[in-house]
Ligand binder design. Structure first.
Ligand SMILES: [Zn+2]
Length: 288
């Protein structure tokens, strides 16, 4: 019910999935009301808010940009921070893409939990969904409905023997996120790799940071972390894009066959549709 930040800084370094560039990153505590703010330490600490208004590109990853300065593939880190209840943090980066690590949010989640979470003295503001809000486009759908907690449901369908039809709903709590969502890895199709690389994407991609699907199976020699790892990663991604709303949300979010473009458009339109939600704080229950 109160805003939170990290107790201690955490550090990562590694290659970016799309640019193939290596970055060193630190996530630091920040005061209440600050939100999640990226800093390009290689560009005089230029600051970029993790805010849907900063979304620039949404092909295969979510990129933020302000005044020509960009930071790419922010969704996995933002997903972990949001799920674990971190409202305020500075994210220092010495390059333009967040390290992909193992393609999941597991290492971020473990590091945040190890660093500890600090409760701040300012009550959180929540967005409470009052009326359903829906966005549909070419058979892709995202909607949000009134609820007392935040939950995400995702449904996907791919004509691939390892995927097929997958659907899962998860209430977003730190415990559920750590055990059900954070370990789910990025996936892609081998037949798309050449075209993606020609478009300047997945240049840092490897079997260490993505599940690479072949026509009938996968290139990776290790097994899936869950039979439905794919839909779990979609939930991870959706939460990371949804975090760009910049506040806690009470609602039941459902998505069907969507992607970063629709996720971020949905967040922007929901914020503008002020007759569908209201701002509230949760009063602590009085203990008698
Ligand atoms: Zn992802």
């Amino acid at each position: 019910m109160y805003e939170q930040t990290l107790k201690n800084p955490i550090e990562f370094s590694g290659v970016g999935l799309h640019t193939g560039e290596t970055a060193a990153m630190r996530v630091l505590p920040a005061p209440a009301g600050k939100g999640i703010v990226f800093r390009r330490v290689d560009l005089d600490n230029f600051e970029l808010r993790a805010d849907v208004g900063s979304v620039e590109r949404v092909a295969y990853a979510t990129t933020l940009m302000s005044r020509g300065v960009w930071i790419s593939t922010v969704e996995h880190l933002l997903s972990a921070l949001y799920a674990l209840g971190i409202d305020n943090a500075y994210i220092e980066l010495d390059n333009f893409e967040v390290p992909i690590l193992d393609g999941s949010a597991l290492l971020y989640t473990e590091a945040i939990e190890q660093a500890g979470i600090l409760q701040l003295a300012v009550p959180r503001t929540y967005i409470r969904i009052d009326k359903p809000f829906k966005l549909e486009e070419n058979g892709k759908t995202i909607a949000i409905y009134p609820a007392d907690t935040l939950s995400l449901e995702y449904e996907i369908g791919f004509k691939h023997p390892l995927i097929g039809h997958q659907k899962l709903e998860v209430e977003i709590t730190p415990e559920n996120y750590r055990t059900l969502i954070a370990p789910a890895r990025t996936f892609g199709f081998l037949h798309e790799v050449e075209a993606l690389q020609a478009a300047g994407l997945v240049r840092g991609g490897s079997l260490e940071n993505a599940i690479v699907l072949t026509e009938n199976g996968m290139l990776n020699e290790i097994s899936l972390r869950y039979a439905d790892e794919f839909v779990r990663h979609k939930i991870l991604d959706l939460l990371g894009d949804f975090a760009l709303i910049g506040q806690r949300v009470l609602g039941r979010l459902t998505a069907n066959r969507a992607g970063h473009a629709l996720h971020t458009r949905f967040v922007a339109q929901l914020l503008e549709s002020t007759d569908h939600w209201s701002s509230t704080t949760l009063n602590p229950v009085e203990v008698l």
